[in-house]
Design a protein around this ligand. Structure first.
Ligand code: 13P
Ligand code: SF4
Length: 296
């Protein structure tokens, strides 16, 4: 039996569902029951009837699935799949900023640890960051850990004072993308789309700024795209729009997203590893901030 057949058999036997992020390797994308951006995966994890959720993505995504559906068994095939951006803030840093800005509400990007989320008023993803900030009563908002996303939100909402958490947090994959890349793609006739985690200098050169889920919708509007985000996003786009051209960039590569392989996914289903286990208090604390976001 092939690894793929084993995965299909185990999944049926155990009533498991495979949720995978849009940056997963092609072979994992092909095996997923649901592919999506961070928000879509969270919503799917909340509503699933499956007994087991296997999250093919990075740890904060698996933690989020567990927090919003704690009675399910949530597995991540490789527990080493972290997110470098998530490590830029911790609870002590958030508490210190709250003291410095007592009138501000804290919006935390889901690319953060469960411990940090428990200190936030509300979480957001890249697809709803603007809507989340807009929904808040307070004019002042402490936002982190991604300083690029913070500046993107500030541009969209001039009526708010968006204060980035002061640790220069950024995604190393998107921070490496250069404005010149966008300019060259435009000169070559591409419509250029980038993720809001890209630096402002890059965003300013692009035609469209969107989350990975947003990219899948925006792609309907042109035929030749240069896609300035993690490289496997182009596979996802090509599957949805086979008639269109999507130019990706090999160097835009999230090594953590590639730590999931079909063999590890098979082992995870077979041995029910690695289970995401979080203390009840943390589930409650972080769950409050995530649920508030999901209700927007
Ligand atoms: P999305 O919310 O667009 O899926 O982005 C998640 C992410 O990790 C981007 O680097
Ligand atoms: Fe984290 Fe960046 Fe990888 Fe997304 S692409 S998971 S933000 S390191």
């Amino acid at each position: 039996m092939t690894v793929i057949d084993e995965i299909k058999k185990l999944k049926a036997e155990k009533n498991a569902v495979i949720l995978a992020h849009n940056y997963q390797p092609k072979e994992i994308q092909d095996l997923a029951d649901c592919l999506g951006d961070s928000l879509e995966l969270a919503r799917e994890a909340k509503k699933t009837d499956a007994d087991i959720i296997v999250l093919c993505g990075v740890m904060f995504m698996a933690e989020t699935a567990k927090i919003i559906n704690p009675t399910k068994k949530v597995l991540i095939p490789n527990p080493n799949a972290g997110c470098k951006l998530a490590d830029y803030v911790n609870p002590a840093m958030i508490k210190a900023e709250r003291k410095a800005y007592p009138d501000a509400e804290v919006v935390l990007y889901v690319n953060s640890t469960a411990e940090s989320k428990a200190e936030a008023d509300i979480t957001c993803t890249s697809s709803n960051a603007v809507a989340v900030c807009k929904s808040l009563k307070s004019k002042r908002i402490l936002f982190g850990p991604d300083s690029n996303l913070a500046s993107w939100v500030a541009e969209q909402l001039p009526e708010k004072e968006i204060i980035p958490l002061p640790y220069g947090g950024c995604c190393p994959v998107h921070a490496e993308i250069k404005p010149q890349t966008a300019r060259e793609a435009k000169a070559a006739g591409y419509t250029v789309i980038c993720h809001p985690e890209c630096p402002k200098a890059v965003r300013d050169e692009c035609d469209v700024v969107a989350s990975t889920g947003g990219m899948l919708k925006e792609a309907a509007n042109a035929d030749r795209w240069a896609v300035l985000t993690e490289r496997d996003m182009t596979y996802r786009l090509k599957c949805k729009y086979p008639e269109k051209e999507f130019k990706g960039y090999e160097s835009a590569f999230c090594e953590n997203m590639k730590l999931i392989t079909p063999e590890l996914l098979r082992d995870s289903l077979r041995d029910e590893t690695t289970e995401v286990v979080l203390p009840d208090a943390l589930i409650k604390g972080a769950g409050r901030a995530i649920e508030r976001m999901l209700n927007i």
